[in-house]
Design a protein around this ligand. Structure first.
Ligand code: SF4
Length: 390
C-alpha cells in the first residue's frame, strides 16, 4: 500500500531536542546491546532500561523501554540539546522510534496516511522540506517494524453512535471538511462553524444530534462543565489520561450549583493588539487539519469515538487550547511581551496538548459521555462562538 502525503506541510529536524522529553522510548531486543554499550562508552549517568510492560505492548514489538521521567530530558540528551548517540555514532544507531519521530502512519482501507507529531518544534513552526517532496518509504518501513501488529479496524466506524460509517463515505465527508478548513477567506471560528453547519446538513435519521437530550439541566451549565473538566484534564491533571467520570457525573446531576462561566476570559486591548492573529489561527488550523488527515481523532484512530463525537472532541480541544492561551497571557497582563513571545506561549500550549492527546485512554464511560453530551451541534456552535468570537 502506498503512503499518502500530507499536502502543504513541512518538516526537517532542527535538533531542538524537544522530542526527547517525556516519552518512554521502546527498544527492540537487537537495540538492547547497542544501547547498553553506548551508555557505558558515553558514561551516561542514570541510564536505566526496563521491560516493556505498557498496556500498548501488544502493538509495540519492543522488549525494553528507555524510561524518560516526566518533563525530564532523555539521559542521552546533552546540554546543547543534541543526542549523544546521534553525535557520536550517527542517526542510524539511535533507537528506531527516535529515527521515526515525529512521523507516524495510520493504516486505512485506502492506504497509509502520514501524521507529524506537534510535540516537535519543526512541526509546530511548519519548518523544513515539504512532505510532498520527501520519500517516506523508509519511515513507513520503520513504522511497520515498530508496530507490526497494529491493524486498525475501520469497519466498525460509526458516523454517530450506532450508525455505521463506510470508509469511502467517510473520505467524501473528510474532503468537504478539508475544503472548509483551507478556505482562506474565513477565520478559524467561521471555518469551524462552517464544519458544524456541514455536520448538521448530513442526515443521520434518529441520531443523537439532539441538543435537548438532557432537558431540565441548564445547557450552559453542561457547556461549562465540559469545558472545565477537559481543561483540567489537559492543563492541570498532568498524570491523568481520562476524565474523573464519577466526579463529572456527580457535578452533572448537582444542578443546584451556580453556573460559573469559565469561558468568559477577557483580554485587555493592549494584549489583544499584540497577538499575531493570522499566525495563531494558522497553527491551530494546521493542527486540526493534520489530525483529520491522519485520522487520529475518531474510530480506530482515537478511542473508537464515532466520527461526529471525534470531530467535536477535536474542536473542543482546540477551544480549550485557545482558552488556556487566554488564561496564560492574561496572567502576564502587566508585563506585555511582544507578538513573538505570545506566539511562543501558544506553541508550548499546543506542544503540551499534543503530548496529552497522544496518550489519552478514555474509559468506555467517558466515550459514552462524549457520544451523548458532545454530539450536539448547538453545543459546539455555542462554545465556538463563546471562546473564539466573544
Ligand atoms: S536516544 Fe537520542 S534521539 Fe532518542 S530520545 Fe534520547 S536523546 Fe532523543
Amino acid at each position: 500500500m502506498p503512503e499518502i502525503h500530507l499536502p502543504n506541510i513541512n518538516f526537517s529536524c532542527t535538533n531542538c531536542g524537544n522530542c526527547c522529553l517525556s516519552y518512554g522510548i521502546p527498544l527492540f531486543e537487537n537495540e538492547y546491546e547497542n544501547i547498553n554499550f553506548m551508555a557505558r562508552e558515553l558514561k551516561i549517568p542514570n541510564f536505566k532500561l526496563s521491560l516493556n510492560q505498557s498496556k500498548s505492548s501488544k502493538n509495540v514489538s519492543a522488549k525494553y523501554i528507555l524510561g524518560l521521567s516526566k518533563n525530564e530530558p532523555c539521559v542521552f540528551l546533552d546540554q546543547a540539546r543534541l543526542c549523544n548517540i546521534h553525535k557520536k555514532y550517527g542517526e542510524k544507531l539511535k533507537p528506531k522510534i527516535c529515527q521515526l519521530f515525529p512521523y507516524s502512519f495510520t493504516k486505512t482501507p485506502n492506504g497509509y496516511y502520514v501524521y507529524l507529531s506537534f510535540a516537535s518544534s519543526a512541526v509546530l513552526y511548519n519548518y523544513g522540506q515539504p512532505l510532498s517532496q520527501q520519500n517516506l518509504a523508509d519511515k513507513l518501513a520503520d513504522f511497520e517494524e515498530i508496530y507490526p501488529k497494529l491493524n486498525l479496524n475501520w469497519q466498525n466506524s460509526n458516523i454517530v453512535d450506532g450508525v455505521k460509517l463506510d470508509f469511502s463515505h467517510y473520505l467524501n465527508i473528510e474532503s468537504e471538511i478539508m475544503v472548509m478548513l483551507n478556505d482562506t477567506s474565513n477565520d478559524l471560528a467561521k471555518k469551524l462553524l462552517a464544519c458544524n453547519e456541514f455536520i448538521l446538513s448530513l442526515n443521520f435519521q434518529d441520531s443523537l444530534l439532539n441538543p435537548d437530550i438532557l432537558s431540565g439541566i441548564d445547557e450552559h451549565y453542561i457547556d461549562n462543565l465540559i469545558i472545565k473538566y477537559f481543561h483540567n484534564l489537559f492543563f492541570t491533571n498532568e498524570d491523568h489520561y481520562d476524565l474523573p467520570f464519577d466526579d463529572f457525573l456527580r457535578d452533572l446531576v448537582n444542578i443546584q450549583k451556580p453556573v460559573i462561566d469559565i469561558t468568559d476570559v477577557k483580554l485587555s486591548s493592549a494584549l489583544n493588539e499584540k497577538i499575531d492573529t493570522d499566525r495563531s489561527e494558522e497553527i491551530l488550523t494546521r493542527y486540526i487539519y493534520c489530525r483529520i488527515f491522519g485520522k487520529l481523532y475518531f474510530g480506530s484512530g482515537f478511542n473508537n469515538l464515532s466520527f461526529v463525537a471525534g470531530l467535536y472532541h477535536l474542536i473542543l480541544i482546540i477551544l480549550i487550547v485557545k482558552l488556556e492561551f487566554k488564561l496564560v497571557i492574561r496572567s502576564i497582563n502587566y508585563n506585555i511581551p511582544d507578538a513573538n513571545d505570545l506566539f511562543s506561549i501558544l506553541v508550548e500550549i499546543i506542544r503540551n496538548t499534543e503530548r496529552k492527546y497522544t496518550i489519552l485512554a478514555y474509559s468506555r464511560q467517558t466515550c459514552a459521555l462524549l457520544e451523548v453530551l458532545l454530539t450536539c451541534p448547538k453545543r459546539i456552535d455555542r462554545l465556538i462562538k463563546k471562546i473564539l468570537i466573544d
